[in-house]
Design a protein around this ligand. Structure first.
Ligand code: GLA
Length: 728
């Protein structure tokens, strides 16, 4: 049983982990344990109460000076009750006071996994795959009900959390802080890993020691952002890929977020994650409730690798949805880096023709096909086909491309508007702008107020007028700026703190509607590359363009960092032209393909500029990708090297779950003179099995413990793929 209740001790068990909380004699819900699974017992013996002088004591603790909320590990900490650490929850009442004190009321165990209205959440296809625990807490004046939801997926060591807050009182209240999770660890030193970056350099790994005080990452941009990903890892010092205790927290949310660790005066560490409290304030009328987004935690007692594998499997099977969840995605060609805005229908058709000849299966027409859009200064918001530029209707272009035996896809940026557009001229108040002020521009565009139903409906109608008529098999949903000037003309002054969250709910509602209306259309998320690469988006789009940086060498680090939480089936990756448009670097075509194959795989270049040798090579690459597809998408992904410790090679491996096959890819990311021999240790093989590769035989044990010698790099950025088959 995944959920055990003994008196008021609640234990959540997964295959390898255990999470426990206890409602104590005062009804305070204490967090007692999160770690390796062991025999069940009451872990509150770990909590040592002492008289800590200046730490306050709640009134109901009477004269017990050892009982203080400032020092106890709490399951859902509140602001204003004597806990001076940063809290998960703050609500301002009719007196203007933000002082909550939540106490245990009761619990419920449900079969299957809870859902969150209007927000993404991990799901169980049948109720045997997950269990739900709901713990109810009430503020001491009885007016606020807080329900803590826990979803337990035993198989993936995955515990999800979400919170529902209800106003039971007769007055309105203002929710100022409603984070999705709080995890207090009473002792131990921790490292914390975050994934930072910028446009064209997303999800670089940062690992630092948690020190006294507060460390945080987050976003106030209205999107999850290029700068920090809503995924963090807490790890015991010295944790490696294969050893050590760690747990990840991923927030299923595509808007502003906060992830924070705080090490307090007694060396306790609190982890908080949820909607960023900055620029957030939600008014709750009597009887109304508010759901936080979901946080998903995976614990591993054997290093990062096991944690990542569980996230990968859970995301692929219990978060991504729809027809393409497990289907092979078509190998695509996107025209963006091949033409930018400079194309005609004829040019695109020729690109498609040549691509079809090489075995490409889907042609994607990127930005520039609609309205007045020959540069990024105009046209967003006018989603009607520019037939003059295409020289035909979209139906005709789509039909011609289908005639090549290819599928056809298009690009949209539904959330944005150009000032130079019919839409903006007709509805200037639909864009975020602060009253009386000129807006802040970014890429010369503004953001539509997607918190408003009529705005979403208008864009949806425009889009479906196009999508209903032409055969469109794929849609790239882009979003190319951060949000600013957050003001909604549809909301009163006391509700402006709700705008960014309502925006995200609006975005999700739109994506849900689109997915339902076009169930056969594959959707790829994008935000200037990977600016909204988060688990929330993956509920709606099973893949996301990983980065606008298509340089294969830069991609090594980007895809490495991304892989800590997200599976390769979600990472949009393309082979582009050389010299690369972002870095000017030239990398062999074979290496560009090796790197893109650790993703959804496609091309983004003008085939007319390829030599016949290159075309022949691409033909071979596509055949090879299809051959390995199953292994790449469903096998376990292993990071064999880390950019921190290995400067000369990058290596990764896909191993079939039954260990019968493995593919090892190696890129010489830097060459040196008088090179010394190197080896890489493989993983995920049968120790006593005999594996065949390029006519040689190896035992799995030899490959895993002694290693595979790497060939000498003869040129910069050379790469190799080693395919191992278990001898039956
Ligand atoms: C963003 C995307 C690119 C491309 C351009 C088009 O930058 O990440 O892939 O679609 O927009 O404007």
């Amino acid at each position: 049983m995944a959920i055990a209740v003994n008196e008021k001790v609640f234990t959540l068990c997964t295959k390898n982990s255990m999470y426990q909380m206890k409602a104590d004699e005062h009804g305070v819900l204490l967090h007692t344990y999160y770690g390796k699974r062991t025999e069940q017992m009451d872990f509150s013996y770990l909590i040592q109460k002492r008289d800590h002088g200046f730490s306050g004591n709640p009134y109901d603790a009477e004269t017990d000076r050892k009982y203080s909320l400032d020092t106890l590990p709490q399951e859902y900490s509140c602001q204003g009750n004597g806990d001076y650490r940063e809290s998960a929850f703050a609500v301002r009442n009719q007196y203007g006071v933000s002082a909550s004190d939540l106490r245990f009321q009761g619990y419920e165990i449900l079969k299957g996994k809870y859902e969150i209205p209007g927000l993404p959440a991990f799901y169980a296809e049948d109720s045997a795959q997950a269990d739900t625990l709901v713990i109810s807490m009430k503020d001491r004046d009885g007016e606020i009900l807080v329900k803590l939801y826990y979803g337990v997926f035993e198989e993936f060591d995955l515990i999800t959390r979400a919170v529902c807050v209800e106003n039971l009182g007769e007055e309105e209240v203002y929710l100022e802080r409603a984070l999705s999770c709080c995890v207090d660890q009473t002792c131990g030193n921790w490292d914390w890993m975050t994934f930072y970056g910028k446009h064209e350099m997303e999800r670089q790994v940062s690992r630092t020691q948690v020190h006294h005080g507060i460390q945080s990452v987050g976003s106030l941009r209205g999107t999850s952002s290029h700068q920090y990903n809503p995924f963090v890892v807490l790890a015991a010092p010295h944790t490696t890929e294969t050893q050590g205790n760690c747990f990840g927290v991923s927030l299923l949310y595509s808007g502003s977020f906060l992830a924070q660790v705080e090490k307090d005066q007694f060396d306790q560490t609190r982890v908080l994650m949820g909607i960023h409290p900055g620029n957030f304030c939600y008014k709750l009328l009597p009887g109304q409730s508010f759901w936080t987004p979901e946080a998903a935690m995976v614990y591993s007692d054997s290093g990062f690798e096991a944690m990542s594998h569980n996230y990968h499997k859970a995301i692929r099977n219990h978060l991504c949805r729809g027809k393409f969840k497990n289907a092979r995605r078509p190998v695509l060609i996107n025209n963006w880096e091949g033409t930018y805005f400079d194309f005609t229908g004829e040019k695109l058709f020729h690109m498609a023709e040549e691509a079809a000849d090489m075995g490409v299966e889907l042609f994607v027409m990127d930005d520039g096909w609609f309205g007045k859009r020959d540069s990024d200064n105009s046209g967003l918001g006018d989603w009607y086909v520019n037939e003059k530029k295409l020289g035909c209707t979209l139906q005709e272009l789509s039909a011609k491309i289908h005639g090549l035996g290819m599928k056809f896809g298009i690009w949209y940026e539904p959330e944005c508007v150009s000032e130079d557009s019919d839409l903006y001229r007709a509805h200037p108040d639909w864009a975020f702008t602060v009253p009386g002020r000129k807006p802040v521009r970014s890429r010369n565009q503004l953001v539509l107020d997607f918190s408003r139903q009529e705005v979403r409906d208008h864009i949806f109608d425009q889009m479906s007028a196009v999508l209903d008529r032409a055969e469109v098999d794929y849609l790239k949903w882009d979003f190319n700026r951060s949000i600013c000037d957050v003001y909604s003309a549809a909301l009163s002054a006391d509700r402006q703190g709700e705008v960014l969250h309502r925006y995200v709910l609006g975005l999700y509602e739109f994506l849900e509607r689109l997915g339902k209306r076009y169930p056969d259309m594959l959707m790829e998320g994008c935000s200037g590359g990977g600016g909204r690469f988060d688990a929330g988006m993956l509920y709606y789009t099973p893949q996301i363009w990983c980065s606008d940086d298509t340089d294969a060498i830069e991609r090594l680090d980007i895809q490495y960092g991304t892989s800590f939480c997200y599976p390769v089936s979600t990472m949009g990756a393309h082979v582009s032209a050389c010299p690369n448009h972002q870095t000017g670097r030239s990398v062999p075509l074979s290496t560009r393909a090796t790197v893109a194959m650790a993703g959804t795989f496609g091309y983004e270049l003008d085939p007319a500029k390829l030599t016949s040798e290159e075309k022949a090579e691409i033909r071979e690459q596509i055949i090879r990708f299809k051959e390995y597809y199953e292994l790449i998408q469903t096998g376990d992904y292993f990071r064999l090297t880390s950019p921190d410790t290995e400067r000369y090679y990058s290596a990764w491996e896909f191993a079939a779950l039954d260990k019968k096959e493995a593919l090892v890819s190696v890129v010489a990311s830097r060459v040196r003179a008088n090179d010394q021999p190197s080896r890489v240790l493989l993983r995920g093989l049968q120790e006593n099995g005999i594996y065949l590769c390029d006519g040689k035989e190896y035992t799995g044990g030899a490959l895993m413990y002694a290693g595979l010698p790497l060939p000498e790099a003869k040129q910069e950025y050379e790469s190799w793929n080693f395919h191992f088959l278990l001898k039956e």
